[in-house]
Design a protein around this ligand. Structure first.
Ligand code: RIB
Ligand code: CA
Length: 301
């Protein structure tokens, strides 16, 4: 796999995804942040602190869009806390924000490397803006591996998962872009929850990163209706160990307006006349994924 950029809205599960990625043999060229779980100023500050915690201040953090393309920003501070990372003891950031806007950085990386992988785990505003600002990057992206959507029901409304609900127009742009997509929706991410045996395993990670993750997961799991599913880390897990996942190629259409705003309509019966535009991941070996997460955290300072 070539160079990788992670676009995120930390957020507890984003932070865990970032730690996993920074502890792994990924050619991580940038972290780009977007407004989502909490406002942009907070997601940007959180990303800088997580990079510092991981000892990876070599990875630049770029701030992106402060609001969705069309809709007003709706956050998930009730789940992640106003800080976005409630429960974590984090170091002060040792790096400043990189100068380039996240959208410009994504475009530059796509042109510089020709086969850039984007791992998107927040609302898709930055990614969509990059594709709109410079459509020539589409064939230069190897793929977009994203956490978002659902084959079944949503977690914000009966129809919509949070990332696609917050910016449904951005999701529509991405799913119409022609870029190879891997969609990890709620159907698969909610299979990985911080159960007591897994929390015991996490408790054995005797370093600052392990303690920070354990600290974040407690309030996150208590507040989240899904018990604290590890949504975003699964996107990183897919990059590192796709063999732990199963899914199918399908046509996915995004509903941008109306009561079903943000819904991902997955053509599970293959009725569409169009060719599939996404790999829709549906199953995961949850225990294996959680063990690999803990092993990665153990590699951090
Ligand atoms: O629905 C889960 C997604 O919404 C995750 O990316 C989580 O961080 C929130 O952004
Ligand atoms: Ca997220």
């Amino acid at each position: 796999m070539g160079p990788v950029a992670i676009d995120c809205d930390p957020g507890v599960d984003d932070a865990i995804a970032l730690l996993w990625a920074m502890a792994s043999p990924l050619d991580l060229r940038a972290v780009t942040v977007v407004a989502g779980n909490v406002p942009l100023a907070v997601t940007a500050a959180n990303a800088r602190r997580i990079v510092t915690l991981a000892g990876r201040t070599d990875v630049p953090v770029h701030a992106g869009c402060p609001r969705p393309l069309v809709e007003r920003l709706e956050t998930a501070a009730h789940v992640h806390g106003e800080s976005g990372l409630d429960g974590a003891e984090l170091p002060q950031a040792e790096i400043a924000l990189a100068e380039d806007h996240a959208v410009d950085r994504l475009i530059a990386l796509a042109h510089a490397h020709d086969q850039l992988t984007v791992c998107a785990v927040g609302p898709l505003t930055n990614v969509a803006m990059a594709l709109v600002k410079d459509p020539a990057i589409a064939p230069k992206l190897a793929r977009i591996v994203l956490m978002g959507g659902a084959v079944g029901g949503g977690n914000v409304t009966p129809s919509a998962e949070f990332n696609f609900y917050v910016d449904p127009h951005a999701a529509k742009v991405v799913f119409a872009s022609g870029v190879p997509l891997v969609m990890l929706g709620l159907d698969v991410t909610e299979q990985v929850r911080p159960t007591p045996p897994r929390l015991d395993r996490l408790g054995a990670v005797d370093n600052a990163a392990g303690r920070a993750v354990a600290g974040m997961l407690r309030p996150y799991a208590a507040r989240a209706a899904d018990g604290g599913a590890l949504h975003d880390p699964l996107a990183v897990a897919y990059l590192l160990a796709p063999e732990l996942f199963e899914g199918r190629d399908a046509v996915v259409e995004i509903v941008a307006e109306g009561t079903c705003r943000g819904r991902s309509v997955v053509d599970v019966r293959g009725r569409s006349p169009h060719p599939p535009n996404a790999r829709v991941v549906e199953r995961v070996d949850a225990d294996a994924v959680f063990e690999r997460l803990c092993a990665a955290l153990e590699r951090l300072p």
